[in-house]
Design a binder for this molecule. Structure first.
Ligand code: ADP
Ligand code: MG
Length: 592
């Protein structure tokens, strides 16, 4: 093929691909435009995960009718005129690409009015071409309506994820901007239902409460620091509030949410040894840096920036977070062992060396790896075959006692066993609940549920609420009695009998966490996860004194388990010190 210049429609579609990847990118750009126009009220309406309709209305300064056609031209912007301006940018947009991009891959209608003129104007755009603007009555401000996204780029449509995921992306984007601009009133509706609306009163903690729930807002610690050219403010979670992923670590630079792995690493450093390996804090941190020290023009979606003095910014973040944490966190009583406690199982085995860990308790036992085992087990129940894999079972153990109110000491046929009571109880609960579920499903029943004396309302963030709502049928089968109660609140009426006594709010929150990760988890995996999460919370804690009867009962229950040697999360429930090892340690063997 000879070299040829691409026709403009194709060129603009290619360019659009960089800016508009999915519905949420459209929402992002339109929100940014509204904010740049000085809006104090932004209303976002979405239908069918943005595939059918997205509409963003603002009360900003509007676009003059004669400028409407220009607004959709590529590289047309009112926010920048010289190359130097690039280094003093105080607006969110500046590339003049968004409207052009959206207009070339969707049917777009812009309605706008500037103050001081009689009427507004409406302009329709299709496949990058615009019609003549027509006069219409409209309030001051702008409404951009985007229909049938990617109608002319079917390949793009195929790349979109499930509606559920796309909706969540939209929720996330809108939530992020609403938090960044507490002085602006935001309203998000999806499929005719309100996802959230903020007050616009300017109080960030209040906005945090509206978006993520009052309980989270109450717990979050305040960060506030000012150094030379950098100011940092926002919220970080106390060490008691963690997540299974980094999704809620969000940095903003000059009002713009950005992805910067180095910044989140700086934050994680501040939490190091304070929270478990594999857990992540929640953080919303707003950095202000003088514009000449930030290059925002490195990424088409402006999601990344380049910093002039990255190290100064990273250490600033680390200091500010550390200070906020220390102000609220009692200093842990550190001793030699605390290190591996915090470092978790893996660092223990790395350092340990002396002890022989139970063979199948690999540190590489991921949650999924374990699910397979769980599923194997679960399948065995209905058929009534207690398929026994001998090596996985525990030997009969003779209880000796409890140490540190955390570990049970027992003697087995080949030496000493230390059992982590919490992990062991998790395993026992897990298998009981799974077993009960499968047995009762066989009989066509649901898992026994115990009603709470008083239903308890639990408020969640929009995204979490959506997840719970989608899992309600599954949860119901497990004996949870949860009803939707307002847009983001659920009424917990009952818990599975096995979990009676557990804090219902805690139960609901842990359920959310593991759903968050995957797109469309397998049903059976979801179920196993639900149970694993819940068992973790419900199990007897380390540090809880157990009576000798309770200790013995726990060991017996554990012996009955199919996979007694790991908890449902893959950590070991027991450590074995063999007679052989003891003999070596005492110099009885090998030394001779
Ligand atoms: P950019 O935001 O990078 O300038 P856009 O393509 O997003 O590029 O928008 C082009 C221009 O259209 C903006 O510079 C602005 O002048 C105008 N515009 C877009 N949306 C709005 C809005 N909601 N209110 C007022 N003006 C707008
Ligand atoms: Mg823009």
């Amino acid at each position: 093929m000879p070299i040829q210049v691409l026709p403009p429609e194709i060129a603009s579609q290619i360019a659009a691909g960089e800016v508009v990847e999915r519905p949420a990118s459209v929402i992002k750009e339109l929100i940014e435009n509204a904010l740049d126009a000085g809006a104090t009220f932004i209303s976002i309406k979405v239908d069918e995960a943005g595939k059918r309709l997205m509409e963003v209305a603002d009360n900003g300064k509007g676009i003059a009718v004669e400028e409407l056609p220009l607004s959709i031209a590529r590289h047309a912007t009112s926010k920048l005129s010289t190359a130097e301006d690039l280094f003093s940018i105080s607006t969110l947009g500046f590339r003049g690409e968004a409207l052009a991009a959206i207009g070339s891959v969707a049917r777009m209608t812009i309605t706008s009015r500037v103050s001081g003129v009689e009427s507004g104007a409406r302009m329709r755009v299709e496949g990058g071409k615009h019609h003549q603007p027509e006069p219409v009555g409209a309030p001051v401000g702008t409404v951009v309506r985007v229909e049938n996204l990617f109608y002319n780029v079917p390949a793009r449509l195929k790349f979109l994820k499930s509606d559920r995921t796309e909706r969540r992306q939209i929720d996330d984007v809108a939530t992020r901007y609403a938090l960044a601009f507490p002085g602006v009133r935001f309203q998000l509706d999806q499929d005719g239902r309100s996802v959230f609306h903020t007050s616009g009163k300017g109080d960030r903690r209040e906005t945090l409460g509206t978006l993520y729930g009052v309980e989270i807002a109450r717990q979050m610690l305040e960060v506030m620091a000012e150094e030379d050219a950098l100011s940092i403010e926002g919220f970080i979670s106390p060490i008691s509030l963690t997540r299974s992923n980094r999704r809620e670590i969000i940095f903003y630079i000059n009002g713009r949410p950005i992805y910067d792995i180095a910044l989140s690493t700086a934050l994680l450093q501040a939490y190091r040894t304070l929270i478990m390996v594999g857990r992540y804090p929640v953080a919303y941190l707003f950095l202000r840096i003088s514009p000449e020290l930030v290059d925002v023009n490195v990424h088409p979606t402006k999601a990344e920036v380049r910093l002039r003095n990255p190290n100064q910014v990273f250490s600033g973040v680390q200091r500010a977070t550390k200070r906020a944490l220390l102000a609220h966190t009692p200093v842990p009583t550190a001793n030699g062992s605390a290190d591996w406690l915090h470092g978790g199982w893996e660092s223990y085995t790395e350092k340990g060396g002396q002890h022989s860990a139970i063979p199948e308790a690999r540190s590489s036992d991921t949650l999924t790896g374990n699910h397979e085992k769980t599923m194997e087990f679960a399948k065995q129940i209905p058929s009534g075959k207690q398929g026994q894999v001998e090596s996985m079972r525990t030997p009969i153990l003779r209880l000796i006692g409890q140490i540190a109110s955390t570990y049970l000491v027992a003697e087995g046929p080949d030496g000493l066993y230390l059992v982590d009571q919490h992990a062991a109880h998790e395993r026992v609960l897990f298998e009981k609940l799974m077993g009960q579920r499968f047995a009762e499903i066989e009989d066509g029943d649901q898992v026994a549920s115990q009603a709470l004396l008083e239903p308890i309302p639990v408020e969640l963030s929009p995204a979490s609420a959506r997840l719970i709502e989608e899992q309600l049928p599954v949860l119901n089968e497990f004996g949870f009695r949860i009803d939707p109660f307002g847009p983001r609140t659920f009424l917990v009426r009952g818990l599975p009998t096995l979990l009676s006594g557990m804090d219902p709010a805690a139960a609901l929150r842990v359920l959310v966490e593991d759903f968050e990760e995957d797109e469309a988890p397998l049903q059976s995996e979801t179920e196993a996860r639900i149970v694993a999460r819940v068992c973790k919370r419900a199990a007897v804690k380390a540090g809880q004194v157990l009576s000798p009867e309770e200790q013995r009962a726990l060991l017996i229950d554990l012996e009955k388990c199919q996979s007694p040697r790991t908890c449902p999360h893959g950590r070991p429930t027991m450590i074995h010190l063999s007679v052989d090892l003891l003999e070596r340690q005492f110099g009885r063997r090998g030394a001779r």
